[in-house]
Design a protein around this ligand. Structure first.
Ligand SMILES: [Zn+2]
Length: 344
């Protein structure tokens, strides 16, 4: 019911011309969208696990709409427009973060059908493995466990998580992930191991729900590139740059760039910051990206990119499972400001 009211309200905004006005106001600029997952229509996409996913038919509706109101371009074309100063209209770029296999299975056919290009940013250490992101693990374990209480202990911090309701479990996952993002990857690994023991979950996310959690293999990444898609780096291990030494950042960038280039035969020149907020990276990291030949980098800071935008702090709109088409339209047109919704 609440969703119906929300949809009607956003349809009304469109009807009275708010989207048109907003589009006109932001012209010329580049709107870059962040997707993570596209999953089959049968999947319960409204549940928390799927908060950064859209269904196949929703994705197709969104791509059709983007083609109507924007000129949909590749990231390389966006780079040329931003550096040449020849921007004249409203453009859109479609991007995907992380490297989930569902991108290959469900997004690629729609992109091909509509003859649009997209850029896929992959976490190279997870490609061709049966593992998934630690953030996905944490949510999976909390949602799945039969335990009503889980205790995580550490020298500086102790957590007592009470897990009676789904809401409790979501809050527990959010709290623990937030803290774990401030830890070194070795320490975060140890906490994850502790959580696996405490939750007594004996199933594996990738085995149980590959459509949601599995990563692509290199053949699939290569095929995306051969089908005209751009492949960029999202680091090697998905560590937040701010948590690493400069040497480690350099290593992350070098390894992911090298692997992508070896497997696709194309130059890797684009980058997205894990987590993507301003606090997650520093100027020195931008220096390293430039030194290594990256042409631009995308954040997860909500907004649009007019001429003169900083090429290493480009803004994006994160697309979530709650963006029904009229809501999606309002966000991409700019008549409603997008809140930052956590990426992982
Ligand atoms: Zn990510």
């Amino acid at each position: 019911m609440r969703d119906l009211i929300k949809i009607s309200y956003f349809k009304f905004l469109d009807f009275i011309g708010e989207n048109k006005t907003a589009l006109h106001r932001k012209k010329p600029s580049i709107t870059i969208l962040t997707y993570h997952s596209v999953v089959p229509d049968q999947v319960p996409v409204e549940s928390y696990e799927y908060r950064n996913a859209v269904s196949v038919s929703e994705f197709e509706n969104q791509v059709s709409l983007l083609k109507k109101i924007f000129k949909v371009i590749s990231l390389d074309q966006a780079f040329n427009l931003l550096t040449s100063g020849n921007m004249t209209e409203n453009y859109a770029v479609i991007t995907f973060d992380d490297g989930y296999k569902n991108n290959y299975d469900y997004a690629l056919p729609i992109l091909k059908k509509h003859e649009v290009s997209a850029a896929f940013f992959i976490t190279t250490s997870l490609i061709e493995t049966k593992d998934c992101l630690w953030t996905d693990w944490v949510t999976y374990l909390f949602l799945k466990t039969r335990q009503q209480k889980v205790i995580i202990t550490d020298v500086e911090q102790n957590f007592d998580f009470y897990l009676q309701t789904v809401d409790d479990r979501i809050k527990a996952s959010e709290r623990l992930r937030k803290w774990m993002k401030s830890l070194s990857s070795e320490k975060a690994d140890r906490i994850l191991e502790q959580l696996k023991v405490q939750t007594k979950v004996d199933t594996h996310p990738v085995e149980e729900d590959a459509q949601r959690y599995a990563f692509m293999n290199w053949n699939q990444v290569k095929e995306l590139a051969e089908q005209g898609m751009e492949i960029g780096s999202h680091t090697h291990s998905h560590s937040l740059l701010i948590m690493l030494s400069n040497e480690q950042v350099e290593e992350e960038l070098t390894t992911s760039k090298r692997l992508i280039e070896e497997h696709t035969g194309r130059t890797c020149q684009f980058f997205t910051y894990p987590n993507g907020q301003l606090r997650d990276f520093k100027d020195v990291h931008i220096g390293l990206l430039k030194k290594m030949g990256f042409k631009l980098a995308l954040t997860q800071i909500p907004g649009f990119n007019p001429p003169g935008s900083d090429l290493f702090r480009l803004k994006r709109i994160n697309i979530t499972n709650k963006m029904y088409l009229p809501v999606f339209k309002a966000y991409v047109c700019g008549s409603r400001k997008s809140k930052y919704l956590e990426e992982y």
